[in-house]
Design a protein. Structure first.
Length: 83
């Protein structure tokens, strides 16, 4: 822990519980904003995939499989990996 961080934490002890909660919330939001920088690109990519898959179903080019058959395919693929 840096001296600067230790000083901030020590100063935080002088705050009321409500103020400490608000400070923690604001710090957490700042971390989330730093790590969510690429989220809009990820969301856009998923939107493209979803649009493409929906279009394939609507225009009849998707090979649709019912639930029990899809589970059988997944189980077979997992069994093949275990060998």
């Amino acid at each position: 822990m840096t001296t600067r961080l230790a000083d901030y934490i020590e100063a935080g002890y002088g705050l009321t519980p409500e103020e400490r909660l608000e400070a923690a919330r604001m710090l957490r939001l700042s971390v989330d904003q730093d790590t969510d920088g690429g989220q809009s690109e990820i969301d856009a990519a998923w939107d493209e995939v979803i649009d493409r898959r929906v279009a394939a179903v609507v225009n009849g080019t998707a090979a649709l499989v019912d639930g029990p058959e899809s589970l059988a395919q997944v189980r077979a693929a997992l069994a093949a990996r275990r060998k």
